[in-house]
Design a protein around this ligand. Structure first.
Ligand SMILES: Cc1cc2nc3c(=O)[nH]c(=O)nc-3n(C[C@H](O)[C@H](O)[C@H](O)COP(=O)(O)O)c2cc1C
Length: 385
């Protein structure tokens, strides 16, 4: 994006919070609820954000001129910043082509973009755009042939890193999306028509791109009809994940393997035994189990247990550059964001990816220096001092 245009957008939307407000206005109610929802009473949603905000860091001063360099290395690859895009399913419901926009930004800025199994674009479409910044998240298909085929497609499309999500043993009760009238397949009700008419840009873009569907999985369903695809997912994906299943995945995937969604250090210990290359502490953005601790509360015990044997990745409740630093200060090696990236694309379309990257990089740089750090490694030195 042109520098002048980027500057203008940064003036208008200086923080992810501004993008969230605009996104909420631009997308239909049902998409908004799907993006924002937690589960149950949604105490977990606020817990993730509140516990994050409670993390304070003692700054050190008098280092002269510090120039922030947030670059870091993870799993043998260099990244320009210690953050990346968490996998988000059904992205196209929030904004058509979200996956393309974020994959392009990730490749341009050089941070990871993780494509979900239940995204609305295929690995074949997104892999070449993401280049060597592409990661793929696997929800476990029951049939081994389907799993092998997906992994082959992912490999052939150039994805470097596989993420297996552990924290969805069953679908959560999505009370908010039920209240909003979200059905699979979408039903064309009077409410739906009203929402379409009152969000014309979203509607136009959706008509241009076609109704969002789980394109990666269409191949395995009896037809590309919504009903068939969603039924396939309900019956054939998930519910099977066990340590034995993960062992099989470990044998099939030779590249870096991440397990996402662990909170209990004892689970991480078993995962290490299976041979994963990184552990991602996450509570799925509080969308699965409302009784779980906030992810940031669970992080220190995990870091202590892992003791540097593999990198500890983190997500859930990260909205700012300062939040990224908070998680790094508590021992994470790398940080991911889910909703923040989607707000950006829903708010600003094709420009949203680069805009949120710039916002996070600027916030990260300013807060690094204000803490007394130039690099990611400095954060731990300051915390330990
Ligand atoms: C709309 C939405 C869809 C998601 N879909 C997936 C998914 O398909 N696979 C997955 O592993 N996690 C999924 N997640 C969880 C994210 O990967 C990530 O853990 C979470 O968003 C982090 O919390 P944050 O939104 O507070 O950053 C989803 C999250 C959201 C908000």
């Amino acid at each position: 994006m042109e520098e002048a245009r980027l500057k203008k957008l940064m003036q208008r939307y200086p923080a992810v919070a501004d993008l969230r407000l605009r996104a909420c206005r631009r997308i239909p109610h049902v998409a908004h609820e799907y993006l924002e929802m937690g589960t149950g009473d949604e105490a977990g949603l606020s817990r993730n954000l509140e516990k994050m905000a409670e993390v304070t860091l003692m700054p050190r001063f008098m280092f002269g001129e510090l120039k922030a360099d947030p670059s870091t290395t993870l799993l043998g690859r260099e990244y320009r910043a210690p953050f990346g895009v968490s996998p988000v399913g059904l992205c196209g419901l929030m904004w058509p082509r979200t996956e393309q926009v974020l994959a392009r930004t990730a490749a341009r800025y050089r941070f990871p973009y993780c494509l979900s199994t239940v995204a609305t674009q295929t690995p074949e479409t997104i892999g070449p755009i993401a280049g060597d910044m592409g990661w793929f998240q696997l929800y476990p298909p029951r049939a081994r042939e389907v799993r092998a085929d997906i992994l082959q497609r992912v490999r052939d499309s150039g994805f470097t890193t596989l993420v297996v999500t552990a924290d969805t043993p069953v679908g959560s009760r999505r009370e908010r999306t039920i209240r909003a009238g979200m059905t699979m397949p979408p039903t064309i009700s009077a409410r739906f028509v009203w929402e379409a008419l009152t969000h014309p840009t979203w509607t136009l873009r959706t008509l241009q791109e076609g109704l969002p569907t789980l394109r990666t999985l269409v191949k395995y369903a009896p037809s590309n009809d919504w009903r068939d695809v969603t039924q396939f997912v309900a019956q054939h994906v998930g519910g099977t994940l066990s340590w034995d299943y993960l062992r099989e995945v470990r044998q099939e995937w030779k590249g870096p393997l991440v397990i996402k969604g662990l909170l209990h250090p004892a689970d991480a210990e078993i995962a290490l035994d299976v041979g994963v290359d990184a552990i991602q502490v996450s509570n799925h953005g509080a969308r699965q189990f409302d009784g779980a601790p906030s992810a940031i509360e669970a992080l220190p015990a995990m870091v202590e247990r892992i003791r540097g044997r593999v990198p500890v990745l983190f997500d859930s409740g990260v909205r700012t550059g300062l939040d990224i630093i908070r998680a790094l200060a508590l021992g994470a090696d790398f940080v991911f964001l889910g909703r923040a990236f989607i707000y950006a694309v829903a708010a600003c379309g094709e420009e949203g990816g680069d805009l949120v990257a710039e916002i996070l990089l600027a916030d990260l740089a300013a807060n690094l220096v204000n803490l007394g750090c130039a690099t990611v490694a400095d954060i731990r030195k300051i915390v330990a001092s």
